[in-house]
Design a protein around this ligand. Structure first.
Ligand SMILES: Nc1ncnc2c1ncn2[C@@H]1O[C@H](COP(=O)(O)OP(=O)(O)O)[C@@H](O)[C@H]1O
Ligand SMILES: [Mg+2]
Length: 1045
């Protein structure tokens, strides 16, 4: 390891504790060698010694930050980052408030060191928008405070002219939350006067160099530094310092911190007022009373000031040139002499500036203060002006060096004295180490009764003539025998001749060297008085900021009490600071200045040796070597490391000391490394501690892994159990749900089945009542209705009853066609029957005859249609009426059916002869017309048949039975005009009489029986008409032709 190897490099050990031999020379040599190697940092235990390189070294890069982050203090090269990291980790992990005490001469690099610490802490603490804002604000407070509080001195181009203590506050995670800045005693005399080669505060030069012409005009300033009295009217620019750029950086910083533009402009206005006050010139004039009085010689500047602050120039002039003195309850205005006037002017400028600086710090604090009331841990960084020895040392140096003395005291108390006392207290074997305890010097300055500050205050408050001489005399009296006090007088008393100690001076042997202070100005600076007229004038200004700086100027609040002196104020604030520092864990950075010329890499051993001496580094190393690097109460120690031993982990129920012993015994450290005090354990070398810490870290990692493992396991188990429970629950619900659904489905199905079955059963039972028959019922109803309608319609529209009328309304529906036809027939038959029923007997007979005729002849004989026009009269002869036929009438009596005249064909010749023919119900009678006597009477039963022709003739052959008497004569051939009627009546009568049908032949050829044998008769249709009816011609013996037409 780089760190550890360089640590043990004999020529340039990194930790001076390892130095061998240990002498002042070897110590300085080691520092020099390390400095040559550009290792500017060296340890004494956990104290860092930093030698100012006066050049920028590549050891502050982000990579370096990473390297030092969380690494072991001694494992890497000494670095300011290592101590910052150690402090930060101790704060974060051990919950201990820290303070970082940076001491050293002016120009040794304290301010730079404090900035490095702050930037390191900012870099390693966590990131985030809010945190970054806080960090940025904390870091940006530096350029602002440096502009107003730093100045070039002969020692340091950027010397802090105020003390600064900054508390950075963190939350439990180590994230910065904000901070508080305390400032101590600004060297305000610099405003009005500074040593040649030095400068006033940076802000004035920055403002003039960096402000835009408009801003300058607004502030009524000129860019030329030489114009301003307080800037000493000499060349102002510094090599390596760009005032204009710094001005802009400062403005940016103010913006980041949260200054409003109005606040910035007001701040600059007040700054301009201070600068311009230096140009207010006074001259003496003689008053009417003959007294010399001062007046403003060049009112231009005064007017501009008044314009800037909104004040009546007359009021300011009055305040500058005169003073109100109270004499016996009466206010008297006295004029001032020119020196008094200048004194007042300068006092005003100094007061304005120092109050402005206080306001600035307060304003920054308002921005960076922690807003939440979370629990906080604090890291304090103290960057206070270093020990100063100038050619001419005044009140400021006295104060500054007093402060450094106090810091040295803290260092001594905490590292040397306290340590050794503790060994004794704890009963640790110990050979005391000699060291210089500076409490005697502190006491010399701060003792409440005999201290220099107390005496100065006494002088200041004492009525009567007060000046530095009386003060010095008093000191000489009181401190004549003090080892650390010298003055011309005490030297004289001791008969020492020392040309270096002029009169009006006293010398103090500080821990860091002898400093001769010139008492001139002590009283005035301690009083720090400002004429009330001036503060009242300032209060009367309209400028809000300026006015707020002078609250005592309010005439309502006039108090006769003198304000506390500067020395008193400083002493109490230093006491408070010390108390604050004591409450924290200290971390030291001791800065050493290698040369007086601010040159890079120049190492002046004498200069360094002086610093090594007064810083007490050698004693520091000695104590460190003899002592133990680390100590802690048994309780917390055991608590911290108990995991390193199985016996003490996790719980130790016996005493803490016993536990610590058991614990350390298990770790097998060399015996000389450890010492057991009454209440604390002591560990000699840091290495052992680091080893312990490393083991602890490893073990903690293991334990953390174990805890993580157990926790993860537990969490997974719980998670699993939960999931399983949930899964079972879900399954249960799901199954339930599914079964429920299934059940519902089944129930529904069962219901449907039931419903169907019941329905089916019910339908079966009630089918007749229900729809299936309803349709038939309806159909029937409709059908019936239709039929009814049809019948009713028919009834209303019956056709006429005439039998000849065959009309009948058509069926309105097809299905009624048959019925309609049937009804038509029935109706017709009914009509006919009705017709028939109303007929008379004769008419009926006649019609019967007609019917019979039709049956016999219709479509068989051509004559038939002609016969239809002729009524069947039956009685054509008039037997009753004609007496001639009396006989015939008698024969017929009431049995007569027909009486007509016919012609009989002679069977031999074929000629015809007239005859009367009577047909009765029993007989057929042929009679001679002349005689009117029956010639032939045929019983109807004798008739065998009748033959007629097909034509329209009246020819007929009457076939007789052979057995009959008449029949012997053979068949008769007759011609009748009423053939149809005759044959019909014969047929009817025959049937009625015999009960048999008369055979009737309608034919063209038939045979007749004649007495002389059978004759076949052939009917021939004649083409020419003859009126005489048919003509029979005998053709041979047994043939006869009948010509018809
Ligand atoms: N670590 C460093 N690296 C480079 N230069 C440094 C370092 N520390 C100090 N300096 C130089 O020394 C000068 C004086 O340092 P500073 O911190 O202002 O001194 P102090 O505050 O002790 O009076 C700085 O302006 C800077 O140029
Ligand atoms: Mg400084």
């Amino acid at each position: 390891m780089e760190g550890s190897s360089s640590m043990l490099d004999a020529e340039a050990v990194a930790d001076l504790v390892l130095l061998d031999p240990l002498t002042e020379e070897s110590l300085v040599q080691t520092l020099q060698e390390r400095f040559r190697r550009r290792d500017i940092y060296t340890y004494i235990g956990n104290v860092v010694i930093s030698v100012n390189p006066y050049q920028s070294l590549p050891i502050y890069t982000p990579e370096k930050v990473e390297e030092y982050r969380n690494c072991s203090f001694f494992a890497v090269k000494p670095h300011i980052y290592a101590i910052a990291d150690d402090a930060y980790r101790s704060l974060r992990d051990r919950d201990r408030d820290q303070c970082i005490l940076i001491t050293g001469e002016s120009g040794a690099g304290k301010t730079e060191a404090s900035k490095l610490v702050m930037s390191y802490v900012a870099a390693v603490s966590s990131k985030g928008e809010e945190v970054n804002k806080v960090k940025e604000q904390l870091l940006q407070s530096n350029p602002v405070l440096e502009a107003f509080g730093n100045a070039k001195t002969v020692r340091n181009d950027n010397s802090s002219r105020f003390g600064k203590y900054m508390d950075i506050e963190f939350d439990f995670k180590g994230e910065p939350l904000g901070g508080v800045i305390s400032n101590y005693l600004l060297e305000k005399s610099r405003i009005v006067r500074h040593v040649k080669g030095e400068r006033n505060f940076h802000i004035f030069y920055q403002l003039l160099a960096g402000a835009s012409p408009q801003l300058l005009q607004q502030l009524k300033l000129r860019q030329d530094c030489g114009h301003y009295g307080y800037l000493d009217r000499e060349g102002s620019s510094l090599p390596g310092m760009d005032d204009a750029a710094n001005f802009h950086a400062m403005q940016d910083a103010m913006r980041i911190i949260g200054f409003s533009p109005t606040e910035v402009i007001e701040l600059l206005q007040v700054t301009a007022v201070v600068l311009k006050l230096g140009n207010v010139q006074l001259s003496s004039s003689f008053q009417a009373s003959g007294m010399e009085a001062c007046s403003i010689s060049e009112p231009q500047e005064l007017h501009e000031i008044c314009e800037l602050i909104g004040l009546d120039p007359g009021a300011l002039e009055r305040a500058l040139c005169s003073r109100t003195v109270k004499a016996r309850d009466e206010a008297v205005l006295t004029t001032l002499t020119v020196p008094q006037g200048y004194y007042g002017r300068d006092a005003l400028a100094k007061n304005i500036y120092s109050r402005l600086f206080d306001w600035l710090v307060k304003r920054i604090n308002a921005s960076i203060q922690v807003k939440s009331d979370k629990q906080r841990k604090v890291m304090g960084v103290l960057d206070i002006y270093g020990f100063e020895i100038f050619q001419d040392n005044g009140f400021e140096q006295f104060i500054i060096n007093y402060c450094n003395e106090k810091l040295q005291q803290i260092f001594i108390l905490m590292t040397l004295k306290e340590e050794q006392e503790e060994y004794v207290r704890e009963g640790i074997q110990w050979t005391p180490v000699e060291f210089f305890d500076n409490s005697i010097i502190c006491n010399l300055i701060e003792n409440n009764t005999t201290g220099i500050l107390a005496m100065l205050d006494e002088e200041c408050l004492r009525p009567g003539v007060v000046n530095e001489d009386t003060f010095l005399t008093k000191l000489n009296q009181l401190l004549a025998t003090h080892k650390h006090y010298e003055s011309k007088e005490t030297q004289n008393a001791r008969r020492v001749t020392d040309a270096s100690l002029p009169p009006r001076c006293f010398r103090i042997h500080h821990y860091a060297g002898k400093v001769t202070y010139n008492v001139t100005g002590f009283i005035e600076k301690n009083n720090d008085l400002l004429f009330r007229d001036l503060s009242q004038a300032m209060w009367a200004a309209q400028h809000a900021l300026l006015r707020s700086l002078f609250p005592e100027g309010d005439p309502q609040k006039v108090s006769l009490k003198l304000p506390p002196t500067a020395g008193f104020q400083f002493k109490s604030s230093v006491a408070m600071l010390m108390k604050n520092l004591y409450s924290k864990n200290p971390n030291y950075i001791r800065c050493i200045k290698p040369n007086d010329t601010k040159s890079a890499m120049v190492f002046t051993p004498e200069l360094v040796l002086a610093q090594v001496r007064y810083l007490g580094l050698l004693e520091n190393v000695r104590v460190r070597r003899a002592g133990y690097a680390f100590r802690q109460l048994y309780g917390p120690f055991l608590q911290r490391y108990k995991m390193l031993n199985a016996q003490t982990w996790p719980c130790w129920d016996r005493g803490d000391r016993e536990g610590t012993e058991v614990l350390l015994a298990g770790l097998q450290f060399p015996a000389e490394e450890l010492a057991f005090g009454h209440t604390k354990i002591f560990i000699r070398s840091p290495r052992t501690l680091f080893d312990l810490e490393r083991r602890r870290q490893e073990r903690v990692a293991e334990l953390a892994t174990l805890i993580q493992k157990m926790f993860r396991g537990w969490r997974c188990r719980i998670q699993y159990q939960l999931m399983r429970k949930s899964q079972i629950l879900i399954s249960a619900w799901f199954r339930g749900h599914r079964q429920k659904n299934r059940y519902k489905q089944m129930k529904r199905s069962a219901l449907i089945l039931q419903a169907y079955a019941r329905g089916w059963k019910a339908r079966k039972t009630y089918r007749k009542y229900f729809r299936s028959s309803a349709s038939t019922c309806l159909a029937n109803f409709i059908y019936r209705r239709l039929v009814q309608k049809y019948l009713v319609g028919l009834a209303k529209n019956l056709p006429p009853l005439s039998v000849t009328d065959r009309t009948w309304p058509p069926a309105p529906y097809r299905f009624l066609d048959n019925t309609n036809q049937e009804l038509k027939n029935i109706f017709y038959h009914w009509k006919c029957k009705k017709y028939r029923d109303q007929l008379s007997a004769s008419r009926r007979a006649q019609l019967q005859a007609r019917l019979c005729a039709s049956e016999l002849f219709k479509d068989k004989k051509t004559l038939y249609p002609k016969s239809l026009q002729q009524p069947f009269r039956g009685e054509y002869l008039g037997l009753k009426q004609n007496p001639k036929y009396q006989k015939l009438h008698a024969v017929a009596k009431d049995k007569l059916v027909m009486a007509d005249s016919v012609r009989k064909v002679n069977r031999a010749s074929g000629k015809t002869v007239p005859r009367l023919l009577l047909l009765t119900t029993e007989h057929l009678v042929l009679a001679d017309p002349k005689a009117a006597q029956p010639k032939t009477v045929l019983s109807l039963g004798d008739i065998r048949g009748v033959s007629v022709t097909r034509f329209s003739d009246g020819f007929l052959a009457l076939h007789l039975k052979e057995v009959s008497t008449v029949g012997a004569k053979g068949d008769f051939l007759l011609v009748s005009d009423h053939l149809i009627e005759l044959v019909t009546r014969l047929y009817q009568t025959f049937e009625a009489t015999t009960g048999q049908a008369l055979p009737l032949h309608i034919t063209d050829r038939f045979s007749t029986r004649f007495p002389k044998g059978d004759v076949s008769i052939t009917v021939v249709e004649s083409p020419k008409a003859s009126t005489n009816g048919p003509v029979c011609k005998k053709k041979g013996s047994n043939k006869m032709e009948v010509l018809v037409y």
